[in-house]
Design a protein around this ligand. Structure first.
Ligand SMILES: C[S@@+](CC[C@H](N)C(=O)[O-])C[C@H]1O[C@@H](n2cnc3c(N)ncnc32)[C@H](O)[C@@H]1O
Length: 277
């Protein structure tokens, strides 16, 4: 059953998600990887006792997987009451303290600083599915809600494909508001997608940590398999490296499938990572 919309702007509509979850029924749909592929990174950035907000939970098993390994303070929200109803039905008997609430992430009613961590897997990407005039306005509205809900020292963990307009909104908002930014490439999620025969897009985990007062921007990347962290000078450098990764992945996919298509030219822009400590 293909439930993908005809045009990507539908990803931003509540009606699309209601229909998606109605048609999908009890069968879960996991965006950008499951707990197993993400767990190594999530465990590093979330303490077991922390209060966690899952933004746009859909029918992903991420909240219940985290609950089952010991995270007991989780609230998951979604704009679709249909999926929230399904999730309550699925979990209320076996995990009664795992909370699912119907709420718009653009208009949340939580207390200021109520959470230590907000996890977003595919929700920012759905809110701003393509470049458009209102991208900055919408992303800023969303980030302000997150900023309010997260306490100092807390983290916004965003799992995303980081299309250029999405990355731009993150880079424009967080570093300028005293949040440290670290971007990790999730090779585990990509490997799983490749093994199941899907077209692989680089998957990134963005960890934004809220500080009271950072006197300089801290921008870090961990995008190689040897897991070394590099610190970058500015947001343009970050954007250049992420674009480079996305283009190389695209080219390598296209080259592998060259015999199926006709090309006149394939081009790739290469950036050099310059570390500074
Ligand atoms: C790409 S899906 C990701 C679902 C889930 N996080 C996962 O990983 O499988 C995006 C989710 O965001 C939800 N969503 C979209 N706009 C939202 C909003 N304004 N507030 C809360 N949830 C929203 C959708 O209903 C959908 O469940």
């Amino acid at each position: 059953m293909n439930l993908l919309p005809k045009t990507e702007d539908k990803f931003a509509s509540k009606e699309y998600w209601d229909t998606f979850f109605k048609k999908r029924g009890a069968s879960a749909f996991e965006w950008y990887g499951e707990y197993t592929e993400l767990s190594k990174h999530l465990h590093k950035y979330i303490k077991i006792s922390e209060r966690i907000l899952v933004l746009g939970c859909g029918n992903s098993s991420l909240s219940s997987d985290l609950f089952d390994v010991g995270y007991r303070n989780i609230i998951s929200i979604d704009i679709s009451e249909i999926v929230i109803h399904q999730m309550k039905k699925l979990h209320s008997l076996i995990r009664p303290s795992l909370k699912f609430i119907h709420m718009d992430a653009l208009n949340m009613t939580f207390e200021e600083g109520e959470f230590s961590v907000a996890i977003d897997k595919g929700t920012l990407d759905a809110l701003i599915p393509k470049e458009s005039a209102d991208v900055i306005e919408k992303a800023t509205k969303y980030f302000k809600q997150i900023d309010k809900a997260i306490k100092f020292g807390g983290r916004y963990i965003c799992i995303s494909l980081l299309q250029s307009h999405v990355l731009r909104t993150i880079l424009d908002y967080f570093p300028s508001k005293s949040w440290m930014l670290r971007i990790i490439r999730c090779f585990e999620a990509e490997k799983k997608a490749a093994e199941s025969g899907q077209k692989v897009f680089p998957v990134f985990i963005v960890i934004c940590t809220k500080f009271k007062n950072l006197n300089q921007e801290i921008l870090e990347l961990n995008v190689t398999t040897n897991e070394s962290i590099v610190r970058l000078k500015n947001t343009e450098e970050v954007a250049g490296i992420i674009l480079n990764i996305q283009q190389s992945e695209f080219i390598s996919y296209e080259v592998k499938n060259l015999n199926k298509k006709e090309y006149k030219e394939i081009s790739l822009d290469i950036y050099q990572i310059e570390c500074y400590f």
